[in-house]
Design a binder for this molecule. Structure first.
Ligand SMILES: Cc1ncc(COP(=O)(O)O)c(C=O)c1O
Length: 412
């Protein structure tokens, strides 16, 4: 526990910091700090739990019996869980029997790849370098175990060439193609229905990571894949729960053993509270509201473009309605993120941050950007509680920070 001295030290340090900001002319910062207002612009990292989701979790708490038990409380818990499963299935436009609950999107990705590899002696995977780390790390692990893994290239706008994909399908002969529906950093969307057709024509299994797509774009954009990964905490549900949707009749080996839950595809007593919240989050999906975020995203981008030299990745291509990945040439994302954080803005780097320093974004590297530029990606992702006032304030704070940094560099 902190002593009184520690707390006072922090308060005075904070007050000094505000004074320094005022002296530097950073009034916007100082005001935000004093008012301790926070603006959240990191919905692709996670979202707040909605009221409706919370209510459903509380209801589930009362039905605490094991859903596999055959006594009456167990049957009631099972019924409640199955209702949630049907809402998850509905959100993706598939049937409840296709839903395999997992601990989240990462496990769903691992299950799709590893479960397929366990089914197949000569496993060959075709994926992309811009995928989420859970998928890339599983792919690396499978390669170490002896599988062949190939990566489909994307250009500097994050786009793939479907003719090149056809060539890869015909020359590499993958057992599984895994290409994401929407990229978490750039927001770029991928033509899943077209890819599904190309794979189906050749009898190749197709998995898509739709963790960022669910709830933001219609399910028709991604539900034609044979396996689909989704996660609750990106759609105002709880963390630690997700699902892999598996095509009817498709055989997939379990990677968790110990019980016949989830039609023997994922052993272990189900996370009933998480599943309750996931079901409610899926039932609450409002695609109209999600789509309307593109207006706020564009307003934010135009405000920046009108005042600063800014690069916006994948602008002009199909993107998630809520995401902007931005670069200010010559300014590393960690500098801007720290300044934004102090000014009360929660955003994110397009790259991984470990021990306080930023490593280049693997997504931007895979898109062909040099290491220095791949350290400059700054992601803003908006959600249902975002307003015009919020995007304007965040844009103005960012403009002020960037201009001050540029002025200081010119005067040095
Ligand atoms: C595209 C994508 N896939 C998978 C995941 C992992 O999901 P989870 O956090 O539920 O493990 C994320 C999370 O950021 C993601 O953005």
């Amino acid at each position: 526990m902190s002593s009184g001295m520690d707390i006072w030290g922090k308060v005075t340090q904070g007050a000094n910091f505000v004074q320094i900001l005022v002296n530097l002319g950073l009034f916007g910062y100082a005001a935000a700090l004093m008012a301790s207002t926070r603006f959240y612009a990191d919905h692709n990292a996670t979202t707040p739990i909605s009221e409706g989701v919370w209510e459903r979790i509380q209801l589930s708490r009362k039905l605490w019996a094991n859903p596999s038990s055959i006594h009456e409380p167990g049957r009631k818990a099972h019924e409640f869980m199955e209702e949630s499963r049907s809402w998850v299935a509905q959100a993706v436009g598939l049937s409840p029997t296709q839903v395999v609950f997992t601990s989240g999107g990462s496990e769903a990705n691992t299950l799709a790849l590893w479960g397929s590899e366990l089914q197949n002696k000569d496993f060959r995977l075709l994926t992309m370098g811009i995928e989420h780390s859970s998928l890339l790390d599983t792919a690396k692990h499978l390669a170490k175990k002896g599988s062949q893994v190939a990566y489909l290239a994307t250009d500097r706008d994050g786009q793939i060439d479907l003719e090149k994909l056809e060539d890869e399908l015909d020359l590499f002969h993958p057992s599984l193609v895994s290409l994401m529906a929407a990229n978490n950093e750039t927001g770029a969307l991928y033509p899943i229905p077209e890819i599904a057709k190309l794979c189906e024509k050749r009898g190749v299994l197709f998995h898509t990571d739709a963790v960022q797509a669910l709830g933001k774009i219609p399910a028709a954009h991604f539900n034609s894949a044979n396996m689909i990964s989704i996660s609750a905490h990106k759609i105002y549900g709880p963390k630690g729960i997700g699902a892999l949707l598996v095509g009817k009749g498709l055989s997939l080996h379990a990677t968790h053993f110990g019980g016949s839950q989830e039609i023997k595809r994922r052993g272990g007593t189900q996370n009933t509270l998480g599943i309750a919240g996931f079901g409610a989050a899926c039932r609450e999906i409002d695609l109209g509201k999600a789509e309307s975020l593109s207006r706020l995203r564009d307003r934010f981008e135009e405000r920046l473009l009108s005042r600063l030299e800014t690069r916006i990745f994948c602008r002009g291509f199909s993107r998630l309605p809520n995401t902007s990945l931005i670069r200010f040439p010559g300014i590393s994302a960690d500098v801007l993120l720290s300044a934004l954080d102090l000014a009360g803005v929660s955003a994110s780097a397009g790259s991984a941050c470990s021990s306080g320093s930023i490593s280049p974004s693997h997504v931007l590297l895979a898109m062909g950007y040099p290491r220095e530029e791949a350290k400059e990606g700054l992601r803003f992702s908006w959600g249902t509680e975002t307003t015009e006032e919020i995007v304007d304030s965040v844009a103005d704070t960012l403009i002020e920070i960037v201009q001050r940094i540029q002025e200081r560099r010119r005067s040095c």
